[in-house]
Design a protein around this ligand. Structure first.
Ligand code: GDP
Ligand code: MG
Length: 172
């Protein structure tokens, strides 16, 4: 049966921040230690049922974070409903590239909700970015939400996608 709603989510951020791991964790419920490098873009989808018995299909477009794949973004981001921008809390430079990514998203996908997500929360001992610093960035760029999560332990993964679905349902 076709779903009542379909949402397209862009998974964005620098190489190695954990986009594929997060996608995989959400779709399958497990953490894979070394996912293969994403070449270009990979597609995943998951169907969920809401409390009101409506079915929602979430399509995840997992982009290769490397510079050489960025040319794909303008074309593939058309028609998306939301974006997750991931930075790695243990690597300061992964937050610094946010402004560049935001420009690309705004130019090609318009004013869609963007969730700022600090990944690898299990590695707090190696933290280079405080929650407050990233929250300020989220405010500065008028992003929809800011959270930290771990694809490895699963902490906050379900909640983040739940927050996304609820927001998109409200908008549709
Ligand atoms: P991508 O390039 O953004 O898709 O990043 P990957 O998902 O390929 O992950 C890059 C590396 O970070 C891999 O070695 C993952 O195992 C690791 N990684 C991803 N998520 C986590 C996490 O939540 N915790 C830890 N400790 N490592 C992670
Ligand atoms: Mg990847």
């Amino acid at each position: 049966m076709s779903p009542d709603f379909t949402f397209k989510l862009l998974m964005l951020g620098d190489a190695s921040v954990g986009k594929t791991s997060l996608t995989h964790r959400y779709i399958t419920g497990v953490f894979v230690d070394s996912p293969r490098l994403t070449i270009g873009v990979d597609f995943f989808s998951k169907k969920i049922r809401l409390d009101n018995n409506k079915s929602v299909k979430i399509q995840i477009w997992d982009f290769g974070g490397e510079e050489r794949f960025r040319f794909l973004l303008p074309t593939y981001s058309k028609g998306s409903n939301a974006a997750f921008f991931l930075y790695d809390i243990t690597s300061h430079k992964t937050l610094e590239s946010l402004s560049v990514w935001i420009q690309i998203i705004r130019k090609n996908a318009g004013n869609i909700p963007i969730f700022l997500i600090g990944s690898k929360k299990d590695l707090v001992d190696h933290r280079q970015i405080s929650f407050e610093e990233a929250s300020q960035k989220a405010d500065e760029f008028l992003l929809t939400n800011h959270t930290e999560l771990s694809a490895k332990t699963g902490e906050n993964v379900e909640e983040s996608f739940q927050g996304l679905t609820e927001l998109l349902m409200k908008k549709s």
